[in-house]
Design a protein around this ligand. Structure first.
Ligand code: GCU
Length: 417
């Protein structure tokens, strides 16, 4: 009986993962990570000044050119319009606003909850969402989004008005009561408003405005960089809202949006904290481990996410001049939090942990502590200081447990209690 239970448990873990990938630690190849603290000239990086002035720009341009692509800066023309305001949202716990951000030929809506009865500008968690803003909260009043289906490769799809029944459909991922009770605001934007997530969806997003009929270059921005750019536009708004402490905005993203939060935090240093949940391949996980999803899987299933250049590494992962520790390190010296779910083997929890470990030396240059061990912690045992990490039980998701850790992390680094 015990044997049967163990077998069933293993089966359910295995079936939670797409088949055909390596899930065997013994089959992880030996690898050598590219050196983070060495300039392209070969010189060692021994202090924060050299990192900041010389090495960081090298690492940033490498990832920009090879992986995420060149994005435009802050648009010249942009408008913010308050489209709704509810002073007694969530049963009186919050003020709720919807702000239409219009730029680059698109309008995307920021849903913002701010805690009531809290003095002064408040820190805010900001993140993109998958299902439309109305899905983040279980309450009437939030405008129902026009949502895009995630289509398979090349298929043409259209946006449709979300159904009333989809309200609150993702509420378990946005622990609003908990976050607000700790004095934080929460802002979210539907990622499909910035660019629909399918190969070919680009024409409905912000990218064509900048391309203006030009062909895409091998280092032009992919969808992830476009979503990241959208987060910066939400930040542009937050800077204008007096109820928000824009110096204390913690960026959070799950999965593909966790890859996005890392790149958004790298590209825009106004984000004070960056959180990357279950971001896996192309996010926090070390690609060279070839565990779970790999570069080729990413580029095959989601050719629109990254640059054309990135595809050259499909069969040559060991030759990539970077790995995930380069991406994570770009957040330094700001605090960064990486976390995993035990059953999410496709995202390679150990690889995510090791990415955060390998990035940690950069924080040490600043006299800060990152993760000071390469021993993976057990379930529900957060580790690290300026670089934080935890693995929780369960599947690929965002849960209250994750939010509890991020709030503690933000409290610590924002000097709250
Ligand atoms: C797929 C994809 C991952 C991604 C995930 C998600 O599983 O392969 O790279 O992180 O979707 O965004 O949910």
């Amino acid at each position: 009986m015990r044997h049967l239970t163990v077998c069933l448990m293993l089966a359910s873990v295995a079936f939670a993962q797409p088949p055909g990938a390596n899930y065997d630690e013994a089959k992880v190849p030996n690898y050598t990570l590219p050196e983070l603290l060495k300039l392209n000239s070969g010189e060692a990086v021994k202090d924060a000044k050299t990192w900041r002035e010389k090495r960081r720009p090298e690492v940033y341009s490498l990832l920009e050119q090879q992986m995420f692509g060149r994005a435009p800066g802050r648009p010249e023309r942009m408008t913010f319009e308050l489209t709704s305001m509810e002073p007694n949202a969530l049963g009186g716990k919050a003020v709720r606003k919807e702000i239409a951000i219009t730029t680059a030929g698109k309008t995307f809506s920021l849903l913002l909850y701010l805690p009531k009865g809290v003095k002064g500008p408040v820190p805010v968690f900001l993140g993109l969402n998958f299902q439309g803003n109305h899905a983040a909260a279980k309450e009437a009043g939030v405008k129902l989004a026009m949502t895009w289906p995630r289509a398979s490769k090349g298929a043409e799809v259209v946006a449709t008005q979300a159904a009333e029944t989809s309200r609150g459909g993702a509420a378990s991922r946005w622990s609003l009561d908990l976050i607000l009770s700790k004095g934080y605001g929460v802002g979210t934007v539907y990622y499909g408003d910035i660019e629909p997530d399918y190969n070919g969806g680009m024409k409905h997003g912000v990218r064509p405005y900048y391309l203006k009929g030009k062909a895409e270059a091998a280092d032009d921005w992919g969808a992830i960089a476009a979503w990241a750019w959208g987060l910066s536009r939400a930040m542009d708004y937050l800077e204008t809202d007096k109820a928000v402490d824009s110096k204390k905005v913690a960026l959070m993203g799950h999965s593909r949006l966790g890859k996005t939060s890392l790149w958004a935090g790298a590209a825009d240093e106004r984000f004070a904290i960056v959180i990357s949940n279950d971001s896996g391949e192309g996010g926090a996980a070390i690609s060279r481990r070839m565990f779970g999803e790999n570069v080729k899987n990413l580029n095959t299933s989601f050719p629109h996410w990254f640059t054309g250049n990135y595809k050259q590494y499909n069969e040559r992962v060991a030759e990539m001049p970077f790995d995930s520790h380069f991406l994570i390190a770009l957040i330094a010296p700001r605090p960064v939090y990486v976390n995993s779910a035990q059953e999410d083997q496709w995202a390679d929890p150990r690889g995510e942990f090791l990415g955060a470990v390998a990035a940690s030396p950069v924080w040490r240059l600043y006299g800060k502590k990152g993760i000071e061990t390469d021993k993976m912690p057990g379930i529900h045992q957060p580790v690290g200081d300026a670089v934080g990490y935890h693995v929780r039980a369960g599947k690929h998701d965002v849960t209250d447990y994750d939010w509890e850790q991020w709030i503690k992390f933000a409290d610590r680094h924002f000097g709250r209690r």
